[in-house]
Write a protein that binds this ligand. Sequence first.
Ligand code: BES
Ligand code: MN
Ligand code: ZN
Length: 495
Amino acid sequence: MQVNVVRGSIQDQTADTLIVNLFEGVTIPGGATGAVDKALDGAISELIANGDISGKIGEVGVLYPRGAMAAKRVLIVGLGQRDEFDLEGVRKAAAAAIKRARDLNAKQAATIVHGAGIGGLDAADAAQAAAEGSLLALYQYDAPKKKEPQNEIESLTIVEFDGSKVAEIERGVETAVSITAGTTLARDLVNMPPNIATPTRLAQAAKEIAAAYGMKITVGGRKWAAKRKMGGFLAVAKGAGEPPKFIVLEHNSDRDDLDTIVLVGKGITFDTGGISLKQVAGMGKMKSDMGGAAAVLGAMEVVGRLNIPLRVIGIAPCTENMPDANAYRPADVITASNGKTIEIISTDAEGRMVLADGLVYAERYQPKAVIDLATLTGACVIALGGQAAGLFSTDDSLRDKMVAAGTAVHERVWPLPLWDDYQKAIKSDVADMKNGGGRYGGVGTSAIFLKAFTDYPWMHLDIAGVALTEKESDYTPAGGTGFGVRLLIEFLRHW
Ligand code: BES
Ligand code: MN
Ligand code: ZN
């Protein structure tokens, strides 16, 4: 779907479908909705008076002008209570309206910017949110199967009456198009089956990003990793049939005048648990165990498109975790690239093994901050469910910035404690640490493990509960969510 911006009046648009809006409690609409109401001789006011629409968030009423305007239909989308309205409300309303338009087989839609008028939101932000909500809601994974004929909207025109706001709205829409491209990439990579989204395929995605935006790229295989003594990464890769890839993308590679932020994403393209084999039920979901790597690649796509004025490094250690005659085993002792030794308690705690070497590798960039994203623990899913990622940080100001970014884009992160006391649980008699600390506090012990491989301001996001969703919501279809892309970009843009 193309998104474009024009100056004009919504009621004069030639699109087949117009989208206007309504706050809860309004009886006689004003602004653009009021103008359409007038053109329709009070039909919207009548819908409200009859109780057919109330303005509840996400509710959509439909009217047929039958010649009173060029458009075939008018959708009135609810914005909810005015005093609770925010950018998330814009995204939700835009999503509800565009999905209804699609279901009605609209071809061209025209919408006002929810919230930019009476809502009182910043025009660029509101336009960005409206375009993001619309584009993300229509996302579909292109599965390799016979396709049913489908409704598809060709264009969405964002209409603004106030000429002084048009440039800002255009800027917001451009940002949204870039950000949704990165989110779409991340969703696609998670949705691909694990025999397709192999480490090699993730490396290909990284190469495409590097070529498109002139980034430096390194893709290391087993030999490359062995030369760098990446024992954690290689231990997990030992049982893998697919060749492992350690991916490094560098934006503004040689600009050491800029602050450096390193993003590290767990890239387990399928997690069987290895020798500590997982149970059968639900194992297929472990194709999403590269959700961290997908978020990092998606974010790098956006970093390139927006040419973010920072030095941004994306690292993704990618491999499958398979049972095999060659696989690493419980009781093995592994040496990571910083020389620290790890006693294997469970080969299913493989994420921290590959992240260990990813985090050590980040050091060489002398980063101002390193942020890792990983579908790391079932314990985090139990703690926060699908509502938020768990956040651990050695730096309170980084933490506060990320929490604020998460609230703004509604990819929420929730701080959890990084107490040294968790170290007791991973104390080993035969190595510097164990890779598992037992059931209790499983999310805290995983974070304290990772901390041993960092020596810079660091933040860990456990995205196990949010990388994949079984149920569609607002602008997130079932499947890979792309969680982390919008969050990281919001964080980087406000650095
Ligand atoms: N990839 C899993 C964590 C996971 C669980 C992600 C559910 C998404 C949904 C991870 O590699 C894992 O197996 N973690 C173990 C760690 C334990 C063995 C210390 C876990 O959480 O049980
Ligand atoms: Mn695992
Ligand atoms: Zn895993």
